[in-house]
Write a protein that binds this ligand. Structure first.
Ligand code: B12
Ligand code: SF4
Length: 547
């Protein structure tokens, strides 16, 4: 059996990481000897011809894709094309959006055959087995599909998986090198589940209220593998890494016991940390801790069932700063009951915590399917203004309360953005503390945008191979030629392209694999030659062999 998994396009501004959910699903499939490929549309272009070629060559029985709400329309577009090109292929979608918007999705989308709800690791195995047995989908738990009469059938949920039984995510199927070139972090999960009932979040219903953690041994084995891949940051993507102190500390202790030198960030809550814990986390490499604060108004915090208080928040920031961990606080504007006064409180609070050494960011409320704020919208002071999922990126207002309109919310965010830009401008003029970081950020951005353009127009694939007579050109000459060729249809000059590509080569984002009188450049998708320690070299060797 063959399964093609597709990661839908996502804007780079959302900082997409290598798709971990798909890597877990792929690992489950490989464990039953299914032939799996992952087609990653964050780092590769989509196109009818390309997709047709892939479907004809790989001939998958199933094409599966993933989506959060804001990428749902992109995922649908892919499945629509798949069904047009190969109607016999079974199309499947999983992830947090369809898990909760199940019936309405199947009602509207004939191109989608099956939805996998919640964790997909076991379900996808059952699905493949039933595909071979008799395609009686009623026998597969944890899915939804259209029955013979077109009615939507939802089968009973799967029991939660034992996370220690799961194979490591199949990252060898991902173009990790491209994500590394784009300076995205690489993520890992050490546990699943969250016990808290925040009304704007679906974490508890997605993965359960009980935190199920993997043993420290398994987690740190995986961290060791990640350590050698050369990403600038590892992100522990658990909903709440500090939710079970014992687990969090045992992971830190294992990192320290093995002498593993890594830096990482994680998600936390202000009421789940203490100074001893932070000290150990810092020692083990934690550099940044992200907290959802949501609002600075205590009433609002109660209404959204966040369960934290402002004094606790201030204490947590102090503790982090004391421990040498950067606290990052995120806020949601437009929660039920939001007013000009509560917004002003939140803005003033942001200023205050920034003086204390915290960074912060703001999102506008996107009431995702599966959240109480959407499912019970009538019981809150909130009006949801659109069901166009492509608007659910949380950067513009799509809700209003009785006291603030969507325009008010947008105006506030615009003002705030202007203010930040002005401060940066001033800092730049005065050579202040942010100026150097900003210059570095801009240099990185220039490279990232050029790499992404090359990925999307297949610059390296189309322009990176040419023949030569006599002796092979030096690396310098070959990089100059590559710069000239790839800059032809680009706004980047040949000289800039050469400079950026020279750095890409020195950092092994691209590699040279000449063959038979031909210079041949390619992306270092599998990160060959990047690994430094022996455990990772071993892994990369296996990866190289399977590539
Ligand atoms: C790390 C993270 C990020 C990172 C990296 C995201 C990325 N895609 O690369 C950053 C910080 C960049 C980020 C950004 C955003 N994120 Co985010 N993020 C997470 C977080 C904490 C972990 C993701 C993860 O790796 N999970 C672990 C994997 C194993 O789980 P999984 O992906 O759900 O996959 C399992 C199942 O869903 C299922 N499955 C999934 N896909 C498929 C496909 C098939 C075919 C099958 C069979 C099964 C299947 O099986 C998998 C294994 O069990 C989740 C919360 C969470 N715990 O999942 C939020 C979460 C996914 N993010 C969320 C949101 C809203 C966003 C943003 C839109 C933020 C914003 N602007 O508001 C952006 C969107 C970016 C994007 N396109 O993904 C929401 C999504 C809610 C929704 N309905 O849309 C979540 C669920 C948080 C929450 N509880 O509200 N995010
Ligand atoms: S916001 Fe954080 S603490 Fe609240 S339910 Fe979601 S993951 Fe859990």
């Amino acid at each position: 059996m063959r399964v093609l998994l597709v990661n839908p396009p996502t804007p780079l501004s959302e900082r997409p990481n290598p798709p971990l959910g798909l890597a877990f699903v792929a690992a489950a499939l490989e464990s039953i000897d299914v032939d799996v490929r992952i087609y990653d549309l964050v780092t590769h272009p989509l196109g009818r011809e390309r997709l047709t070629r892939l479907l004809e060559e790989f001939r998958p029985d199933i094409v599966g894709t993933t989506a959060v709400t804001m990428t749902f329309h992109n995922a649908v577009a892919v499945l629509r094309e798949v069904k047009q090109i190969a109607p016999e292929v079974l199309t499947v979608m999983g992830g947090p959006h369809v898990t909760f918007a199940t019936e309405q999705t199947l009602e509207k989308l004939p191109e989608l055959d099956i939805i996998v709800m919640g964790e997909g690791d076991r379900t996808v195995i059952d699905l493949c087995c039933e595909m071979e047995r008799g395609r009686d989908w009623n026998k597969v738990s944890g899915i939804a599909f259209r029955g013979d009469d077109g009615e939507i059938v939802v089968t009973p949920g799967q029991p939660v998986v034992d996370v220690n039984d799961l194979p490591q995510p199949a990252r060898h199927l991902l173009p990790l090198g491209r994500y590394r070139a784009l300076r995205m972090p690489i993520s890992i999960t050490t546990a699943r589940g969250c016990p808290f009932p925040c009304i704007f979040c679906s974490a508890r219903d997605m993965a359960g209220a009980k935190i199920r953690n993997r043993t420290a041994d398994i987690v740190v084995d995986e961290l060791e593998d990640l350590a050698g891949l050369g990403f600038h940051q590892i992100n522990i993507a658990d909903d709440l890494f500090t939710g079970r102190k014992k687990h969090c500390l045992s992971v830190c202790d294992e990192i320290l016991a093995r002498g593993l030198k890594i830096t990482w960030s994680c998600y936390s809550r202000v009421d789940t940390i203490n100074p001893d814990m932070l000290a150990r986390m810092k020692q083990a490499g934690c550099t940044t801790m992200a907290f959802g604060i949501e609002s600075a108004n205590e009433e609002m915090l109660k209404r959204v069932r966040k369960g934290i208080t402002i004094p606790k928040t201030l204490a947590a920031i102090e503790m982090c700063v004391e421990a040498g961990i950067d606290p990052h606080c995120s806020f949601i504007l437009g929660l039920p009951g939001e007013s000009q006064e509560t917004l002003a409180e939140t803005l003033a609070f942001c200023d205050k915590i920034s003086q204390m050494g915290a960074s912060y960011g703001m999102h506008l409320l996107a009431p995702f399917p599966g959240t109480a704020v959407r499912e019970q919208a009538d019981s809150f002071d909130l009006e949801i203004l659109t069901d166009d999922w492509s608007e659910y990126h949380a950067n513009r207002a799509i809700v209003r309360t009785s006291k603030v309109s969507a325009d008010d919310l947008n105006a506030l965010v615009d003002d705030w953005t202007r203010c930040v830009e002005e401060r940066l401008e001033q800092d730049r003029r005065e050579g202040g503390p942010h100026a150097a970081a900003e210059a570095e950020g801009l240099a990185n951005l220039e490279r990232i945008l050029f790499y992404h353009e090359l990925m999307m127009n297949e610059g390296i694939e189309c322009e990176g191979t040419w023949s030569y007579d006599g002796s092979a050109p030096s690396d310098d000459d070959a990089l100059g030629e590559l710069g000239a060729r790839t800059s032809r249809d680009s706004e980047t000059s040949a000289e800039d392209a050469r400079r950026i590509l020279t750095q890409a080569y020195s950092e092994r984002h691209i590699i040279r694999c000449d063959d038979d009188g031909e210079v041949r450049w390619q992306w270092n998708d599998r990160l060959v030659g990047v690994a430094e320690n022996s455990r990772t070299s071993d892994l990369m060797h296996r990866v190289a062999l399977s590539a």
